[in-house]
Design a protein around this ligand. Structure first.
Ligand code: 48F
Length: 269
């Protein structure tokens, strides 16, 4: 018998391969360096950069597809705008960027989304799509409470409203990158008697459109908002009470870069 002859396909082996490989990936995330909630532009940039530095990174996205609000540009016109300060991130990722005029650059939204997603995956971030983060894990430490992990469930379980318990993964750092909704941080605040690193100690809430201000503050507001938990992207502005910016994405990319750099510094001690 020719050993190179392909064997007949056995569906059970296909099933076994998927289960073995999936759970090997899952178990390698029991103790993450960094858990990222949300696969929009800020989360993807952070995942790409942190995984490239060799950290054990898990990215959790509720939807089947990564990309968040980047696919559709503005109002489904699938082009995005970035500024001079951030275009190097797209260029480094391999996205063609075109000068429009005076410091305004454009890029194809689908190319941006697919390229950033690919960068994150190929760099080694372990992506769990169709997975909803419904809570965090919290512990008392000498200096007070700290977020030590995340509580996840299958998105179809959430969508069907099934009463099925979630499971838990540990993380040294958790990045809240869920965009305008700031979902995970809201849960932390609602369930626990905690004070955030914000002026009021709570979530300040997002303000209306002011692109110039919002683009700068998104990056300034990218910080550790609670021990073990960071905010990035639009969630950073919603947390610290700044403005929205619409379909200009430079701030999202720079925020992802900043959170990655600051977490890398903290983890390296
Ligand atoms: O909203 P999103 O793209 O976040 P971002 O990185 O970028 C914001 C921009 O797209 C745009 C903007 C820029 O001008 O204002 O809105 O801040 O992506 C957030 C992702 O998080 C997922 C959600 O499906 C989306 O893909 N997400 C939200 N809540 C959860 C979640 C959750 N609880 N668990 C898992 N994923």
């Amino acid at each position: 018998m020719n050993p190179n002859q392909p064997k007949p396909l056995d569906e059970r082996v296909i099933t076994e391969a998927i289960a073995d490989r999936y759970f090997a990936k899952f178990k390698s995330c029991l103790d993450l360096d960094v858990a990222i909630v949300g696969g929009g532009p800020s989360g993807l940039t952070a995942a790409w950069k942190l995984a490239s530095e060799g950290f054990n990174v898990g990215l959790f996205e509720r939807k089947l597809s990564l990309g968040g609000g980047m696919w559709g540009g503005g109002m489904t016109w699938n082009m995005v705008v970035v500024q001079e300060e951030s275009r190097h991130i797209l260029e480094e990722a391999g996205v063609p960027v075109e000068l429009y005029r005076d410091g305004y650059y454009t890029a194809d939204a689908v190319t941006c989304t697919t390229t950033l997603a690919s960068r994150a995956c190929v760099a080694g971030a372990k992506v769990f799509n169709c997975t909803t983060v419904e809570d965090v894990c919290i512990r008392e430490e000498a200096g007070g409470k700290r977020v030590t992990g995340l509580v996840i469930n299958s998105s179809p379980v959430e969508m069907a409203g099934l009463h099925i318990d979630p499971v838990v993964l540990g993380s040294k750092c958790l990045i809240e990158a869920t965009g305008h909704a700031t979902e995970v941080l809201k849960t932390l605040v609602r369930k626990n008697d905690v004070r955030l690193n914000t002026p009021s100690g709570g979530i300040e809430g997002e303000q209306s459109m002011w692109a110039e201000r919002a683009e700068t503050t998104t990056v300034d507001n990218t910080r550790e908002v609670f021990p073990g938990m960071w905010v990035a992207g639009m969630a950073a502005n919603a947390t610290y009470g700044s403005y929205r910016m619409g379909p200009i994405f430079g701030g999202m990319l720079l925020s992802g870069l900043k959170v990655a750099e600051e977490i890398a510094k903290q983890l390296r001690g």
